[in-house]
Design a protein around this ligand. Structure first.
Ligand code: ADP
Length: 471
């Protein structure tokens, strides 16, 4: 099957390269494209600030000191005239052609024009003829009013183009290095990230063909480690389910076949031999049909419980009386001695029919797995304040410790060669587990192989009802 989308490593590679290209473009744009604009804007604001500061001096001496200062430190020549063009001050350090040609009348004209222009005027002049490669910034600033003045500032700056040229060379180097480094890094990372995913993918393909022996190797990032562990766990679970499924088919077909053989056998005998047409034989057919029905019901129950399609009632259940009733029925059916140690009647909230099933299954197991000692003890006690504990103890064959954790799984049977005539389908305890879980209770077993088992479950007591009965 062909899947859409790029491979992880290609995606990482493309992502990295796109990121590098973006960074380089941004760098070029700011360093080369916008540098001139930035530079001029900064120079403009600098020189404007100087003019404004100069215009704020009232003391001529101080003004002169300031002008000399900016001339020396900022490389700015400055000339100040009255509105009519009369010179007030002029500080210049380079042979300033601009200033030299300025007569008083010209200055007066410039003053008027600058005022008309909003009080300032800026011009960048390229001076190719002087020393080759200077730029001059001419800034005019005019203050209005009777004592209005004209400030002519002139600054020589190295043209930014030269700097841009230097930067460009540098940027080419940076671009080349970045592309090489990011490609190498992208290739390395892409391999590092995609390798474990590719391995897991390969293993998963095999897993999909129901090969549960596959091992997913945890490697790479934490997520891929986790993924490998999860898949290993799923593989183990599925293989267990698969084994159980195989066992179930074997067991169920065996369980179904035995009563069916009996039914058809007896029916045929009764048909062929008129003397055999007895009530006793009919009873056998009825009993075997009952067993079949129970088996089918159990299997249906467990699948319904597992699919979650069963709705549990929320009713008051007198659990003590329930145990009593069930024990009474068993006493009539089997030749066992049942002892029930009970205190006061206890109520719980739940589904009576389902809870009957729980108690029935536990007692029926105790009967089925008992050996010579046919004593079964049932205990009811209050534990942890508001929980009722029901224990069913038998003196039967017990369960080996290593098998204990599996008995609650559906279709699990400890001994496959057990006497099939009395033993069930392997779903009884999984039904118990589902029902108790759905009632918010807990369950468990203590067992000693060869000595016996005690199965128990715990449910919350319906305190409200206890209080009611106390009144
Ligand atoms: P089954 O229908 O086979 O009894 P269950 O789910 O009720 O199925 O029980 C699962 C397995 O647990 C049984 O096959 C049996 O091996 C073991 N088991 C259950 N109850 C007892 C018990 N009281 N004593 C010994 N083994 C038990």
């Amino acid at each position: 099957m062909k899947f859409k989308g790029l491979k992880i490593q290609h995606q990482i590679l493309i992502g990295f390269l796109a990121f590098t290209v973006l960074i380089v473009v941004v760098l070029w744009f700011f360093q080369v494209g916008l540098l001139n604009t930035f530079y001029k804007a900064i120079k403009h604001s600098e020189i404007k600030q100087m003019a404004i500061t100069a215009s704020q001096f009232t003391d001529e001496e101080e003004l002169l000191v300031f002008l000399e200062d900016i001339n020396k430190n900022n490389n700015i020549d400055i000339k100040i005239t009255e509105a009519d063009g009369q010179n007030i001050a002029s500080v210049t350090s380079f042979s300033n052609i601009t200033f030299r040609g300025l007569s008083a009348s010209l200055c007066a004209g410039i003053y008027a024009q600058t005022l008309a222009n909003g009080g300032e005027y800026l011009e960048w002049v390229t001076l190719d003829n002087i020393g080759g490669g200077y730029e001059e910034l001419v800034y005019l600033y005019a203050t209005p009013g009777d004592d209005g003045k004209l400030y002519i500032l002139n600054s020589r700056v190295t043209p930014v183009d030269a700097t841009v040229d230097t930067l460009q060379v540098q940027l080419w180097c940076v671009t080349a290095i970045m592309i090489v480094v990011s490609t190498a890094l992208a290739l390395f990372l892409a391999r590092k990230i995609s390798r474990p995913i590719m391995d897991i993918n390969e293993a998963a393909k095999q897993f999909a063909t129901a090969d549960y022996s596959i091992k997913f190797i945890p490697q790479g990032a934490r997520e891929t480690h986790e993924l490998a562990y999860t898949l290993n766990y799923a593989a183990a679970e599925l293989s267990q389910v698969e084994n159980l499924r195989r066992e179930l088919i074997a067991n169920v077909s065996h369980d179904l076949r035995t009563p069916l053989t009996m039914i058809t056998g007896f029916a045929e005998v009764m048909k062929d031999i008129p003397d055999e047409n007895t009530a006793e034989n009919l009873q056998i057919i009825i009993d075997e049909s009952d067993r079949l029905r129970k088996l089918v019901n159990d299997l249906l129950d467990v699948s319904r419980l597992e699919s979650g399609s069963v709705e549990f009632k929320q009713e008051r259940v007198n659990i003590t009386r329930l145990v009593d009733d069930i024990l009474m029925r068993f006493e009539k059916l089997v030749d066992f001695e049942f002892e029930f140690y009970r205190g006061n009647d206890i109520n719980v909230v739940g589904d009576e029919l389902r809870l009957t099933q729980v108690i029935y299954n536990l007692i029926s197991n105790a009967v089925n797995y008992s050996l010579d000692d046919k004593t079964i003890i049932v205990r009811q006690s209050v534990v942890d304040g508001d929980f009722v504990l029901i224990e069913v103890e038998d003196r039967g064959e017990g369960i080996e410790q290593d098998k204990l954790k599996y008995i609650w799984d559906r279709y699990y049977k400890v001994d496959k060669n057990h006497q099939r005539a009395i033993v069930g389908s392997g779903v009884g305890l999984s039904i118990v587990k589902k029902i108790i879980d759905s009632h918010g209770g807990s369950y468990g077993v203590k067992s000693k192989f060869g000595v016996g088992s005690t199965f128990w479950f715990k449910l919350k007591i319906d305190q409200k009802l206890l209080e009611d009965t106390n009144i």
